[in-house]
Design a protein around this ligand. Structure first.
Ligand SMILES: C[S@@+](CC[C@H](N)C(=O)[O-])C[C@H]1O[C@@H](n2cnc3c(N)ncnc32)[C@H](O)[C@@H]1O
Length: 224
């Protein structure tokens, strides 16, 4: 794994539980430095392919540089927004994503895009942050909360509902853990700024890190 590929910004390990098979085409939403793409690339092998999409040119450049240095020839990074994926219809076997969809305001659009690019019978395995109950307003409105990947998070029931409304089936949480410590680290200056003047009890136990699986049905009528 090239130095700098792991930004330490993920909230799970989607490739570990995605059951990736040689020859599959994998799409990583919000690929950052490319860490999960490189893990996936090893699993799908040279007969497979991995595409990473990220909206920041700096991340794309960093990921491409990591791919060059690591000799990954079956990985491609594309600049774009996950709300309007630069990926053809019905062309992907597996969509993975690690701690990104919670950052996007229009999550319904992201899941519709996922449903569009998946092949019939394809699957998603995303790791993300979900809420166990609504955040207090002071967290939702906080820029620091956004940076800590929390204030855009929605309730777990809403997250699962958005997946289902996009036409995907069998949405199920396969792994979960309490993630309150993610944004309550007293050594993190951003977190300290966020908490100034507010009781920690307000947010303790409110956010979980989950890995969610779902499938695109085989039926041609699904998902546009
Ligand atoms: C928390 S980091 C996670 C990076 C990577 N998945 C990892 O685990 O290291 C979020 C990444 O998603 C990208 N991102 C955020 N919103 C996005 C959007 N709407 N479209 C595409 N990329 C986005 C950011 O540029 C950043 O690289």
């Amino acid at each position: 794994m090239p130095d700098g590929a792991n930004l330490g910004l993920g909230c799970g390990n989607p490739t570990a539980i995605a059951g990736l098979q040689p020859g599959e085409t994998v799409l990583d939403l919000g690929s950052g430095g490319g860490f999960d793409c490189f893990l996936a690339a090893k699993k799908v092998g040279l007969s497979g392919k991995v595409i990473g999409v990220d909206m920041t040119p700096e991340m794309i450049e960093r990921a491409r540089d990591n791919a060059r240095r690591g000799g990954y020839v079956n990985v491609e990074f594309r600049l774009g927004e996950i709300e309007a994926l630069p990926v053809a219809d019905a062309s992907v076997d597996v969509v993975i994503s690690n701690c990104v969809i919670n950052l996007v305001p229009d999550k319904a659009r992201v899941f519709r895009e996922i449903a569009r690019v998946l092949k019939p019978g394809g699957r998603i395995m995303v790791s993300d942050m979900v809420l166990e109950r609504p955040f207090p307003d002071w967290v939702r409105e906080s820029a620091q909360g956004y940076v800590a990947c929390v204030s855009g998070a929605v309730l777990r029931e809403e997250y699962l509902r958005l997946i289902t409304e996009a036409g995907l089936q069998g949405a199920e949480i396969l792994e979960e853990r309490d993630a309150s410590d993610f944004f309550m680290d007293p050594k993190d200056p951003l977190v300290n700024q966020l908490l100034v003047g507010h009781p920690v009890e307000d947010i303790r136990g409110l956010v979980s890190s989950v890995s969610i699986q779902a499938f695109k049905p085989q039926s041609r009528s699904c998902c546009g």
